[in-house]
Design a protein around this ligand. Structure first.
Ligand SMILES: [Zn+2]
Length: 233
């Protein structure tokens, strides 16, 4: 009874007449569904925002995956509807978490969200995607050509699973040495290396490289990423 759980609201949708249903990643129990009673009513005291961390009071029962919220306290707010580019970017990470429900990444997600405003979003996003790829078991081979081991590499192949040398380039696009280096650093790094990595200038193409590698190798599609690219921001 009255268990306190800390959770990040990944998504929110309408539920029954006046309630909302939230997908929440919790520190304690992974992803669970929470129902905010009467949250759609203006007069209600229950109002929740996506992309925020709350302490929720629920009656937790093992084996159950959906719970009513009995009380809550806002702990951290990342919701900002004035900044569409940033909200859309945050949605990409939230959708990734929702589609990889079995991967525990609570602290990593908050590490990234805490730094997105002032940090480089493409670096932070790439670090998060690389972390998921490792946990999913599809991290790219970046010590040499994935086919022959040659350490003189010129490209990345999603299908082959990592770096390619000139002889095995096939139809793949040649990438600059700098881009290949940044890709390797993202794959090798952990969150402890953030202070070193932030000296490098990661851009949207770097993020796209690691994200498309992960999506192709895990067979996922992200609606939010399609939207982000369509917005061209
Ligand atoms: Zn090769």
């Amino acid at each position: 009874m009255n268990d306190k759980v800390e959770g990040f609201v990944l998504s929110q949708s309408d539920y029954k007449e006046a309630d909302v249903l939230m997908q929440v990643m919790t520190r304690e129990y992974g992803i669970i569904s929470l129902v905010g009673k009467a949250a759609k009513k203006l007069s209600s005291k229950n109002h929740f925002l996506p992309m925020c961390v709350y302490e929720f009071i629920i009656d937790y029962k093992e084996g159950k995956t959906i719970f009513s919220v009995h009380g809550y306290k806002l702990l951290r707010k990342y919701f900002d509807d004035d900044n569409i580019a940033m909200m859309t970017f945050r949605n990409i990470l939230a959708e990734l978490v929702l589609k990889n429900r079995d991967i525990d990444c609570y602290d990593e997600l908050l590490f990234v969200f805490d730094r997105l405003e002032e940090g480089n979003r493409y670096l932070l996003g790439s670090m998060f995607v690389s972390y998921l790829a490792k946990r999913f078991g599809v991290s790219p081979e970046v010590d040499g050509c994935v086919i022959c081991g040659n350490t003189s590499v010129v490209s990345v192949s999603n299908r082959d699973g990592g770096f390619l040398c000139h002889d095995h380039l096939g139809g793949n696009e040649t990438l600059s040495v700098e881009r290949l280096k940044k890709f390797r650093m993202i794959v090798k790094a952990t969150f402890d290396n953030y202070d070193v990595l932030k000296q490098f200038d990661y851009d949207s193409r770097d993020f796209d490289l690691i994200l498309s590698f992960f999506l192709d190798n895990s067979d996922l599609k992200l609606k939010s990423y399609e939207l982000y690219k369509a917005l061209n921001i």
